[in-house]
Design a protein around this ligand. Structure first.
Ligand SMILES: Nc1ncnc2c1ncn2[C@@H]1O[C@H](COP(=O)(O)OP(=O)(O)O)[C@@H](O)[C@H]1O
Ligand SMILES: [Mg+2]
Length: 186
């Protein structure tokens, strides 16, 4: 329901102003740690109104600013896809970025998003330490991040491939069908 409201730019602006106004009443006395996190709303609006490519651009820029890692994003042939496909691919990229920050000790990240009209391929590659034996060992409990990434890709009818990058790093390639957006309310 909320995403339907945010699909209407005028309503979204009014709601945003209202939130800002109400927030402004208490924000002056609020400790910085309690400031509301507006990122989820921003993500929803960007994905709903502008699509996956814009969402990934926002993600890449904010990640790069926050971490000082270089992020090179290139996209081609990208249109609009079903809400599910756009959201799942965005969340997959978010988890991959989190992993790069947590585990990779990388200096740079390469993101490629392209579509031939039939399939969408999202490719995220870092130049970090790659998957060590610790990540693959039999004693390691199943990890939620990678499991979630695979589950999201499968939910879209696709799958993922993980491979090492030479001389070091990790590559995640997600391939899913390019599903058209569902018809929304007029
Ligand atoms: N980009 C990466 N570079 C190096 N290791 C990675 C990367 N992404 C994931 N890993 C490894 O794969 C493991 C599983 O990742 P994940 O399922 O997201 O679990 P978590 O991040 O909670 O440890 C991580 O613990 C880490 O060892
Ligand atoms: Mg993780």
């Amino acid at each position: 329901m909320f995403s339907r409201i945010l699909r209407r730019p005028a309503l979204a602006i009014v709601i945003s102003l209202l939130i800002l106004f109400l927030g402004g009443l208490s924000i002056a006395t609020m400790p910085i740690s309690q400031f509301p996190d507006v990122a989820p709303v921003v993500v929803m609006v960007i994905l709903d109104d502008f699509g996956l490519e814009a969402g990934l651009q926002w993600l890449a820029e904010s990640f790069s600013q926050r971490t000082r890692l270089g992020v090179d994003l290139q996209a081609s042939g990208i249109g609009r896809y079903s809400d599910g496909t756009e959201t799942h691919l965005f969340r997959i990229a978010q988890e991959a970025f989190t992993n790069i920050l947590r585990h990779a000790a990388a200096r740079a990240v390469k993101v490629r998003l392209h579509s031939d009209g039939q399939r969408i391929v999202l490719h995220i590659e870092d130049d970090g330490r790659g998957l060590g034996p610790a990540a693959e060992g039999p004693t390691r409990p199943p990890s939620l991040g990678m499991t979630g990434i695979r589950a999201r890709a499968r939910q879209c009818g696709g799958d993922i491939e993980i491979s090492p990058v030479s001389p070091h790093g990790l590559r995640l390639v997600v391939t899913v069908p390019a599903r058209a957006p569902e018809a929304g309310p007029a």
